[in-house]
Design a protein around this ligand. Sequence first.
Ligand code: DQA
Length: 145
Amino acid sequence: MPTIMLLNGPNLNLLGQRQPDIYGHETLADVLALCESAASPGFDIRAEQSNHEGHLVDWIQEARESCCGIIINPGAFTHTSIAILDALHAFEGPVMEVHISQVHKRETFRHHSYVSLRADGVLIGLGIEGYAAATRQICQLVGPQ
Ligand code: DQA
């Protein structure tokens, strides 16, 4: 079954508890449930979260062999990580970048994304609905299974 890798970076394990005025009250479990319900029939979702950059790089490398697309919210690594960008460049399928908050309304250091240099689509400021849109887009790009 084609699998979409759903990756969340640092501090997103605290989704629902951390700055709910910015990130909302839904949890990472809610995000996974949302993606599962947004996925077309025949697609599976593998969800991983880490606070460590190297773990995210390892999962992106694993996705080269086992996944048809990647949805990634790299958290603060968005704005700093050339290693994550390089790993994504080594992945051939569609990549969707998600940010729950509208980063362009926030501090200027959040305005630049290394990951956007590779992403095929960027969902910003839609809350967790951005993950559902990213899932639908990957299913559409990969095609019926
Ligand atoms: C975020 C935005 C980042 O700037 C921040 O560091 C995060 C979450 C978002 O989903 O809005 O951790 O990626």
